[in-house]
Structure formats: structure tokens, C-alpha cells
Design a protein around this ligand. Structure first.
Ligand SMILES: [Zn+2]
Length: 478
């Protein structure tokens, strides 16, 4: 069903875009270069412009759903109710009543925590499925070449497209691994898109493609200092760290700065030896996120577990780019906290985390030649609570536990690919698709209802992304 463009959304976006473009223009007029002016301006203004388009944090009672809480104490409730108020999960039980709450019928639905995505280069979303199939036309070539022609506007439109897809697909938390922040305005534009969408996210500042590979530490410090003015309650800052390979001194300096600032750090471990290199330098630490870990040896896996570092796997991109198969079961058996990720829709095509979870389970079973190597319930944990733990967010999200923020999804089984609720954990992992996502709540706000995004205008987001895609492709001559 096509929807009319929402006036609110149109206005909001127009205002917001004027906001960051306006800042750049003002800076130009004042003859100020670099990020100092932009951030000083934000500081003067105080809080960012109000994101008026966000749905309210309502008072909701979900009735009579099959509730998978992912909370070990609460377990699953076959005919369960979930009460939400002020953005928080208040109660999860049966036969609840709440005067004044809007009742959301859960009949025929599975209600569970929203999916937690743990590493995604949102900016590459303009370049969906653009990784070619010949030498020199692959993923790194296209993203590096076209990425140089990005502007803050490109970051904004790409992020909007990715976030809208995420929400529509049942993702309530994501990690924007933003390694194309070419100026402070780029970071600002990414943050604006995250903030306006109301999604829960880590924004990790990274090194732009083709800029010599040095993290702008001054910008990182400024982001940290002005975070409350640039971001929102559902966002936190991270470092998308390039690591120490061929850049030991610089890498250690960046890592030290991030740690002094108390900022979480994430690094790709795409090549053999990356993890052992970090272990030798004693640079692994609790909560450090290692991505892919595809060549991790058993001593490296033990090292990750011992340090309390965490792993993020993106099996679809790992298979598509020819990295190989990640050691799923070995990581889990060693007690490494694991999350799943989209990585980039340039390679994966879409952000379907249901399919990613299914692939994770199937790979673990195939590699171990056992039907029972990994259970659907354990797999769902990786996609929710454990993913949240890997991002340091388990106190806030990842399970339907009273006191946590209300990040949840309602999955309709009333489709041909599901039919009705059978074994719920297997059904979610094996049968469900983004098309089953009926309702999405983030921080107690309904951002998707009855299969329709509430405050994000998908037609507009897609049209703007297409315009921007054509512009950057034209500029790059790709
Ligand atoms: Zn990546």
C-alpha cells in the first residue's frame, strides 16, 4: 500500500537538512575552515534542534502474544502481555490490565526484543549491491572510489536509507561504523540521521577512505565533549579503529586516546594475525570489539575470551567477499560475547538479520557436522541480548526485562512463510523475514505500526537516496 508523504516528515527533514548545510555555508561565509567553527556553533546553540518528527513515548499494553523475553528468569510466555510506559518496560506477565494504556493486540504474534546489529557501514548503503564481480570492480574499489565524492548530504541520505531499512526489518539497535567521516560535518550529518530516526545506536568515528588512515583525534575529543548537544539519549560514541597493522605507533596513540576518553573501540580482524598482534602488544581489553575473526586460531579465541573482548560476525558479507566461514561455535564455546552484523549492503544486498541468524545457526551446525551444535534459542540470544552485551548496552536493551528501555518487535505469523506459531524460537530464526515485522518500538516509541513506518517517509528517503546515488556515481565516473 502506498502512503502519502507525511507533511511532518517533509518539514522536519527540510529544517534539519538546512541545519547542517546551513552551518557549512555559514562557516564558508565567515571564512572559517575546519570543524572548530561548526562545533563552537553547536556549543553556542546548546541542545540540537528538536527532532519534532519522533513519535511519542506512549503508554502501551501488548495483549495475548507469544512473548519471548530473552530474560533467563522470565522465560517465554505463551499468552503474555507486555506493559510499556515512559519508554520503559514496566511489566511482563499474563492477564495484565492497565487503565489508560493503548492496547496492542498480540494475537497470532511473537513479541521479542528488537534485533541488535553490531557493525554496519551505513554510509555504503547508497551503493547497495554495487560490488562488481571482476578484479578492480569489487567492494573495496567501489566504496573507496565513490566514497571520496561523498558530501555530508550523502552521509545523511545513506544513513537515512539504512536506518529506515533497519527499523522496517526489526532492528532496534545498530552500530554505525562510519569510516568515511571526511570532516566534522560528515560526522554531524550521520549523527543527525541517527538522532532523527530515534534508533538506538553506537556511532563510531572512523578513518575516511583514501585520507591516509589517521583518526582525527581532535574531532573524537570534540564529539565526546559536545555529545549531549550533538546526539541523544539513545546514541553513544565509539572509535572505529584502523588497528596497528603497518601503523603501530599511530594506532596505539589512537587507542590510548579513546581509552582515556572512555570510548568503546572496534577494529576489523579480517586478516590472519591481527588478533595475535594485538595480544602480543597487550592491547586487547574488555569490551573491545573484533570484527569477522574469520582466521582466529584457538589460542587467539582463548585470548579474546580471557581479555573479555567481544566479536561481531557478518556471515553474509564474509561469504560474499570470500573471507571464508567464521568460527561461530568455537567463539561461543570459549565464552566470547558475540553479536551479528550487516557490515555493508554493498555486499549483502539487504539488512535481513533473520536470514543472518539462520545462516549463523546453519554454519555452526554444518561446520560441526551436527544438527544440534547451535540451538535456535541460543542463536536468538546472539541476535538480541548478547549483541546488546557486546555493545555494552545490556542494561538498557536486548531482553524484555522490566526496567529496561522498551525496544521490541511484534512479528506477525499470519503470512505464508510462517502461517501460525509453531516452535517459536525456530520459527523466528528459520521462517521469519522482515515482511513479518508488524510493529517496532524503540525507547517506547512506535516507529513501525501495522507494517508501516510511522515517522520516516520511505518514498522520500528512497527518492533522495537515488538522487544522491546518481550524483556521487556521476562525480566519481564509476
Ligand atoms: Zn566492516
Amino acid at each position: 500500500m502506498s502512503t502519502q508523504p507525511d507533511q511532518n516528515d517533509r518539514n522536519q527533514s527540510r529544517i534539519s537538512r538546512r541545519s547542517f548545510l546551513g552551518k557549512s555555508m555559514l562557516l564558508g561565509a565567515a571564512g572559517v575552515v575546519g570543524y572548530t567553527g561548526a562545533f563552537a556553533r553547536v556549543t553556542e546553540q546548546g541542545a540540537p534542534e528538536q527532532d519534532q518528527g519522533l513519535p511519542p513515548q506512549g503508554h502501551y499494553l501488548i495483549k495475548n502474544a507469544y512473548v519471548l523475553t530473552m530474560d533467563a528468569k522470565l522465560g517465554d510466555l505463551k499468552q503474555g502481555d507486555v506493559l510499556v510506559q515512559d519508554g520503559e518496560i514496566k511489566q511482563v506477565s499474563q492477564n495484565l490490565n492497565a487503565a489508560g494504556a493503548e492496547v496492542l493486540a498480540g494475537d497470532g504474534m511473537i513479541v521479542m526484543p528488537g534485533l541488535v546489529e553490531t557493525h554496519w557501514h551505513l554510509w555504503t548503503s547508497l551503493l547497495r549491491s554495487m560490488a562488481g564481480d571482476t578484479e578492480g570492480r569489487g567492494y573495496f574499489s567501489v566504496t573507496r572510489t565513490v566514497g571520496q565524492h561523498y558530501t555530508p548530504e550523502s552521509m545523511y541520505t545513506a544513513s537515512r536509507l539504512a536506518i529506515a531499512e533497519a527499523i522496517s526489518s526489526g532492528i532496534t539497535t545498530l552500530h554505525d561504523w562510519s569510516h568515511n567521516a571526511r570532516s566534522p560535518e560528515f560526522a554531524e550529518a550521520s549523527l543527525q540521521a541517527l538522532r532523527e530516526a530515534g534508533i538506538r545506536a553506537r556511532y563510531s568515528l572512523g578513518v575516511p577512505a583514501g585520507k591516509g588512515g589517521v583518526v582525527d583525534l581532535q574531532l573524537l575529543e570534540r564529539l565526546k565533549r559536545d555529545w549531549n548537544k550533538l546526539a541523544s539519549d539513545t546514541l553513544h560514541l565509539g572509535l572505529a579503529w584502523p588497528g596497528i597493522n603497518d601503523r603501530r605507533e599511530q594506532g596505539i596513540k589512537e587507542l590510548k586516546t579513546a581509552r582515556q576518553l572512555g570510548i568503546p573501540v572496534s577494529v576489523h580482524a579480517s586478516r590472519a594475525g591481527v588478533i595475535s598482534g594485538l595480544m602480543q602488544e597487550q592491547l586487547l581489553f574488555k569490551g573491545m570489539q573484533l570484527i569477522h575473526c574469520k582466521d582466529a586460531t584457538s589460542s587467539e579465541i582463548q585470548g579474546i575470551a580471557k581479555a573479555g573482548a567481544v566479536a561481531s560476525l557478518s556471515p553474509f558479507s564474509e561469504l560474499r567477499i570470500g573471507y571464508g566461514i567464521p568460527p561461530v561455535k568455537e567463539l561461543l564455546d570459549a565464552g566470547v560475547t558475540l553479536g551479528i552484523s550487516v557490515d555493508t549492503t554493498t555486499l549483502t544486498g539487504n539488512a535481513d538479520l533473520f536470514a543472518t541468524l539462520k545462516l549463523l545457526l546453519n554454519l555452526a551446525n554444518a561446520l560441526n557436522r551436527s544438527e544440534f551444535a547451535l540451538s535456535a534459542k541460543r542463536t536468538l540470544e546472539v541476535g538480541t541480548l548478547e549483541g546488546a552485551r557486546s555493545l555494552g548496552l545490556a542494561e538498557q536493551t536486548g531482553s524484555l526485562s522490566p526496567g529496561k528501555r522498551a525496544d521490541l518487535i511484534m512479528l506477525s505469523a499470519n503470512t505464508l512463510n510462517a502461517g501460525y506459531v509453531t516452535a517459536p524460537h525456530q520459527l523466528v530464526v528459520e521462517a521469519m523475514q522482515p515482511a513479518n515485522v508488524h510493529t517496532v518500538m524503540i525507547d517506547g516509541r512506535i516507529v513501525k505500526r501495522n507494517h508501516t513506518l510511522t515517522h520516516l517517509n520511505k518514498e522520500k528517503i528512497m527518492a533522495e537516496a537515488q538522487t544522491e546515488f546518481e550524483r556521487v556515481m556521476g562525480k566519481s565516473g564509476w
